[in-house]
Design a protein around this ligand. Structure first.
Ligand SMILES: Nc1nc2c(c(=O)[nH]1)N[C@H]1C(S)=C(S)[C@@H](COP(=O)(O)O)O[C@H]1N2
Ligand SMILES: [Mo]
Length: 539
């Protein structure tokens, strides 16, 4: 055995002089090397997060790298993430990023046992990556580079200091003469300093998170109070849903409304600072404040929103009473010039959507600049203070949340998802879903009630049919129609013999078009195919 340090950083020698590594210093133990690398990574991330919280929350390098990852994610992967993690896709991304950064830190730490060079280079590289990600954000000002710079400085500084302390300690350990106090830091000091860096990082991270809060959306919403429309939606008719036998309730509660967007950090906008500029191919440019909208006659419309990423049988669909101003009236005031093809809308965080102008100008479309949802101001996650809602079009081409700009233009300019391979025009496809029985349910053989939903926005559902084990199609009973821009519930009594069973459904709209059997994936303009459910009936 030579006098090389063991893995816990201590050096023991059974006599003779310790073998010195060729480059002079004692290599660090693997444990301490990994520890200081992880602590430095934490210091880097949290310092940037803290400074970003002070200056501009969007400039946090960690979040900016996440944002960039989202923007660069190919459509099928995004689709997969939504399918697997649903609305938790963002948390999954952040946890995944933390794991990757942690693993890279471990590797850099292990490669830095003989000298801080590689670790320093790794931290610097990450700092630059964070800065590049921040620079790539469309919505950040010049101050935004301060946060990634703070990350870089904190990361390099803590790594160099901890590494040098740990090296001296390793050295001192090897040279230690029993009974004589050694000069310089010992192992204990190194561990304590590392612990202090980790604690500091934790505090800075939490501080950044607290500061990033800034505007409190709940206080803003409370200040606005309940929204009372001048033209309320007609009250829901009796029998609008079959929730008692397993369908969703007709209106989705705000907290249950599905959420899809690219925002890692929900934009927190101040109502007093908000305005919407409508410009481009118009006769009169308009700039509307929140009060301008609120003081107009408010209408309320019951609308079902669907995400294009909704898989057959999926749950990215919800219904609410949206309150707002008819977008058609606003566009008429601005005066849309001939030749205009799309309304190119932009959110406060730089996301964009392109909506066909002719659809927005249809008299019976009821497209809204919405400020409220189910009687309340919009929740922060659903676009506070103002969003677009266009019945019959998938959200990615129409439902811009946190909207701040709307340009009337031609189709020349592709919006966010169109740039990533999704369709330019995307009317919602007729679909139906089985809610009862659920997949792999065990039910009692004999009489049972199956139920579900169907939707064909802007056309209306004509009928829903179901069949058991590929048998004859039977027409289901439909719920009372609310309007042709909302989902419709169905139910049917079935006699189910015992055994493994397969139930299928299909909807037909009022144009007489039955949803196709062919399965296509959500990319580029929405999934098709029939939903079916396997279940078991027992005696
Ligand atoms: N600013 C912004 N608005 C957005 C999105 C987004 O990523 N950013 N996603 C769109 C998509 S894909 C859908 S399906 C709807 C979802 O609206 P919801 O989250 O209120 O259900 O918002 C749309 N509006
Ligand atoms: Mo979507």
């Amino acid at each position: 055995m030579s006098g090389r340090p063991t893995d816990d950083g201590t050096a023991r020698d059974e006599g003779g002089a310790p073998a010195r590594p060729p480059d002079g210093g004692e290599p660090l133990g693997a444990g301490i090397a990994v520890l200081i690398a992880l602590a430095s990574a934490a210091a880097a991330l949290s310092a940037g997060h803290l400074i970003a919280g002070l200056l501009d929350p969007g400039s946090s390098p960690f979040l900016a790298v996440g944002d960039t990852a989202i923007d660069l994610t190919p459509a099928p992967v995004k689709d997969f993430a939504i399918a697997v993690f649903g609305t938790a896709d963002k948390i999954a991304l952040l946890v995944g990023m933390a794991l990757v950064i942690g693993l890279l830190a471990v590797a850099a730490g292990l490669l830095s046992r003989r000298g801080p060079g590689i670790g320093t280079a790794a931290v610097a590289l990450f700092g630059l990556l964070g800065a590049a990600a921040v620079l790539a954000r469309p919505d950040l000002g010049p101050l935004s580079l301060v946060a990634p710079s703070a990350s870089l400085a904190a990361g390099v500084l803590s790594f160099r200091l901890l590494h040098s302390a740990a090296s001296s300690a390793a050295e001192a350990d090897v040279r230690a003469v029993p009974g004589e106090p050694s000069a310089g830091p010992d192992r204990r000091t190194v561990l304590l300093s590392t612990g202090a860096v980790v604690l500091g990082a934790g505090a800075a991270g939490l501080g950044g998170q607290a500061l990033a809060g800034g505007v409190d959306p709940e206080a803003q919403r409370a200040a606005i109070g309940d929204l009372v429309p001048d033209t309320p939606a007609p009250p829901l008719p009796a029998g609008a849903d079959f929730a008692k036998v397993g369908t969703p309730t007709f209106l989705t509660r705000n907290e249950d409304f599905y959420r899809i967007d690219t925002a890692l950090r929900v934009p927190r906008l101040r109502v007093e600072d908000w305005s919407l500029r409508i410009h481009g191919m118009v006769d009169r440019e308009l700039t509307l404040t929140f009060d301008d909208l609120r003081n107009r006659p408010l209408v309320e419309k019951t609308i079902t929103l669907v995400c294009v990423s909704n898989e057959v049988g999926g749950d990215l669909i919800s219904t609410a009473n949206f309150i707002g101003v008819p977008l058609r009236d606003v566009l008429a005031e601005a005066g849309v010039r001939s030749g205009a093809e799309q309304l190119f809308s932009t959110s406060s965080d730089g996301w964009t959507a392109g909506t066909p102008i002719d659809v927005l100008l249809e008299a019976d479309r009821n497209a809204l600049l919405a400020i409220g949802m189910n009687g309340e101001p919009l929740p922060a996650e659903h676009g506070f203070p103002v969003r677009m809602v266009v019945p019959g079009l998938y959200g990615f081409v129409s439902a811009t949340k946190w909207i701040v700009d709307a340009e009337v233009t031609t189709f020349g300019r592709p919006a966010y998802w169109e740039q990533r391979g999704w369709a330019r025009e995307a009317p919602i496809k007729t679909q139906s879903r089985i809610d009862r029985p659920r997949p792999f349910d065990e039910v009692r053989a004999g009489r049972m009630t199956a139920a579900g939903i169907a939707w064909a926005q802007h056309t209306g559902i004509d009928r829903v049919e179901v069949r058991l084990d590929g048998g004859a199609w039977r027409q289901a009973q439909l719920s009372t129609e609310v309007n042709d821009q909302t989902w419709r519930m169905w139910r049917i009594e079935l006699d189910v013999p015992s055994g493994g069973r397969r139930l299928e459904c299909r909807a037909t709209d009022r144009d007489g078009i039955t949803q196709p059997e062919e399965r296509v994936a959500p990319v580029p303009d929405g999934a098709t195919g029939r939903h079916s459910v396997l279940f078991t009936a027992t005696d």
